[in-house]
Design a protein around this ligand. Structure first.
Ligand code: 1YM
Length: 632
């Protein structure tokens, strides 16, 4: 490569790194807590890719005391030689080149598309410093350092070693991320998920800020994952059903367990990325499942000639399953890039499930019978429920006739302007009732902790007074019965304290909405109010501050005397303050809840309420340290 080419290359590098720093959101989604996690995932993904390529079986993730992150693997090490096309060492190339796809074609089931797979150079661009260490097969340790995407040292030999592997350490740039606060709960969950999806892999998490250490290793892979998800769910058979197929360019693994629960819990992954919006792998799976069950049921005469087919929803009632596909070039689409798009995957998954699930049923007739009997019962129950509903409707017993007693309704009957505040606690509810503009704002106070909706079935859920009050106030009905045209308020605003308890209740409510009233979130009707944490009096003027960072910034810029008051809870605000800061549409700040937020709440919730005691303990400990935030 000539000098000229080299200059052109380095100018391009600087431009690329600058572009990432100017618009970080484009590359990592946000510069909030999720963005920080993204940086870690990006580096971890490279180590996982090395595992998938067959060379690495252990990964360490360390959160250092200075808030820098270290990720280490025992793979081959990023190649240290000069890259034939670029003319610079490959480590530097990987760390400074935005990989726009095809730049360095790497084989295997690499992560691509979506928000992951933007490349580790993005991490480099957004780090105050980044250091790569490669333990190479020539017995030498190589090191190179960067700062904000720019090379600080050449690749140097700094020692000797008998092992191979890569270590990447970096300190996310505070100029971009502000205060560095990691959501350890989410990080632990993701690493745990990766360990489940890759049974040959051990992942260590060492949090030197909290002193918490965990090791994730699941020999049973997704079979153990499904078992864990199904704990407390009354299974129809003991061992999850496991189906798998693997070819050079594609692989699929499915674990499923049928239970007597009502919910369907099917999680899908493509190249270890959680495809929360589903996609072609899910479609193929569902089609095959419905087909196989109906074919088998007819063969065994559990369904008669004149019986209609069992619908998929009835078959999937109580199903807990993981579908994990791996492919060389996944395409991610959908609103949040979390939906698998490759059309051929549908037929592939469908074929594997049709053949192998059918074989399973033939070999396990007892289980087959149990699944089909459950499906028939579920189908009958659904039909009966639908009939009963029709009957009730005809009788004219409309929900809205009996609004909950605690609801302080608004006078307007126009849903498009009406707002419902769901308020934590009676005293805050009282303040809100005084503060509101009753023409369009309704208040529903909630008492105490809302029911744990996780393990509760539908019938129990409807016994819960607080949740029933919400359902009747909204007027829409829930789940299959949900009818958005009956919605009585177009803005549903959750108003909870700005502390851990408040966050907990908000998580519970979001989970409840997500599982029972999802279209409300999809249509953007659900909001979170943002009450201030502090009120500051400067002479005659009063300012409200919404976070510790805002207070810090205020303190740094303030001159003269001022007094700070911290609100311990909503109940401490007088009605005028509550109106000004949180309820008045002219001055308040509302956060619209997205499906992503709700999904996260759902996951956090599962951790909090789920069977993994150590995760729950970690969550609580971390909150006690005030380092983890529930950012919803
Ligand atoms: C702590 C992060 O990045 N490990 C890692 C990265 C690579 C390799 C091995 C690797 C890949 C290949 C061949 C290949 C990367 N290499 C590249 C590139 N851990 C971490 N471990 N040899 C080594 O894919 O062919 C990019 S990442 F481009 F240089 F091949």
């Amino acid at each position: 490569m000539s000098l000229h080419e080299y200059d052109v290359h380095s100018i391009k590098v600087l431009e690329d790194m600058e572009a990432v720093r100017r618009r970080p959101g484009m590359y990592i989604g946000s510069t909030g807590p999720d963005g920080l996690l993204h940086l870690i995932y990006e580096v971890v993904d490279n180590a996982v890719d090395e595992h998938l390529a067959g060379y690495c079986d252990e990964i360490w993730v360390i959160v250092n005391e200075d808030k820098s992150i270290t990720v280490r693997d025992n793979g081959r090490g990023i190649p240290v030689g000069i890259h034939p096309e670029a003319g610079i060492n490959t480590v530097e190339l990987v760390m400074t080149t935005l990989h726009a796809g095809g730049k360095f074609e790497r084989g295997g089931y690499k992560v691509s598309g979506g928000l992951h797979g933007v490349g580790v150079s993005v991490v480099n661009a957004l780090s105050e410093w980044l250091e790569v260490e490669v333990r190479w097969k020539d017995g030498k340790v190589y090191r190179q350092r960067f700062s904000r995407g720019r090379k600080v040292t050449e690749l140097e030999v700094v020692g000797e070693t008998e092992e191979t592997g890569t270590t990447v350490s970096f300190l996310p740039d505070r100029e971009i991320f502000g205060e560095l606060r990691y959501n350890f709960t989410k990080l632990a969950q993701r690493l745990r998920e990766l360990a489940y999806l890759n049974p040959g892999l051990t992942i260590h998490l060492d949090n030197r800020i909290t002193g918490l250490r965990r090791t994730f290793h699941y020999k049973g892979g997704i079979v153990s994952f499904v078992k864990e998800l199904a704990t407390g769910k009354d299974p129809l058979h003991k061992d999850p059903i496991y189906l798998s197929d693997s070819r050079p360019d594609r692989a699929v693994e499915i674990a499923m367990l049928f239970t007597n629960a009502i919910d369907e819990e099917v999680f899908t992954f493509a190249n270890c990325i959680n495809t929360r919006e589903g996609g072609t792998h899910l479609t193929g799976f569902r089609a095959a499942l419905t087909r196989v069950i109906n074919d088998y049921a007819r063969e065994k005469r559990m369904l008669g000639k004149n019986d209609e087919n069992l619908p998929g929803e009835a078959i999937r009632e109580g199903l807990v399953a993981i579908i994990s596909v791996k492919l060389t070039s996944p395409e991610f689409e959908g609103q949040t890039k979390m939906k698998l798009g490759n059309p051929w995957v549908r037929a592939y998954v469908e074929e594997v499930v049709r053949e192998q699930f059918y074989q399973y049923l033939v070999k396990n007739p007892g289980v087959a019978r149990a699944i089909i009997e459950k499906s028939i019962a579920a189908h009958r129950a659904r039909q009966a429920a639908a009939k009963a509903r029709q009957l009730v409707r005809r009788k004219g017993a409309l929900v809205s006739l009996s609004l909950p007693g605690k609801l302080a309704d608004c006078t307007s009957e126009d849903p498009t302007v009406a707002e419902l505040f769901i308020v934590e606690g009676d005293s805050a509810g009282g303040s809100a009732k005084q503060a509101r503009d009753r023409t369009f704002q309704a208040i529903l106070p909630l008492r105490g902790k809302v029911l744990n909706v996780e393990k509760a079935g539908l019938s129990k859920l409807l016994d819960n007074q607080e949740l029933r009050a919400i359902i009747t106030a909204l007027g829409t009905g829930i789940r299959e019965e949900f009818d958005i045209t009956k919605l009585r308020y177009h803005k549903i605003i959750l108003l909870t304290d700005a502390d851990i308890d408040g966050a907990h209740i908000r998580t519970l409510l979001l989970t409840f909405f997500f599982r029972n009233l999802r279209p409300l979130i999809e249509h953007g009707h659900v909001y979170i109010a943002q009450p201030p944490l502090y009120s500051v009096q400067v002479g005659k003027e009063r300012i409200y501050l919404y976070s510790d960072e805002e207070l810090e910034r205020f303190r740094q810029s303030a001159n003269g005397r001022y007094t700070v008051r911290r609100f311990k809870g909503l109940g401490e605000m007088n009605p005028r303050e509550l109106w000004e800061t949180t309820m008045n549409p002219e001055t308040r700040v509302l956060k619209k809840v997205t499906i992503r937020d709700a999904l996260e709440a759902d996951e956090i919730f599962s951790t909090l309420m789920g069977p993994d005691v150590s995760l729950r303990r970690a969550f609580i400990q971390e909150n006690a340290h005030r380092v983890a935030v529930l950012d919803i």
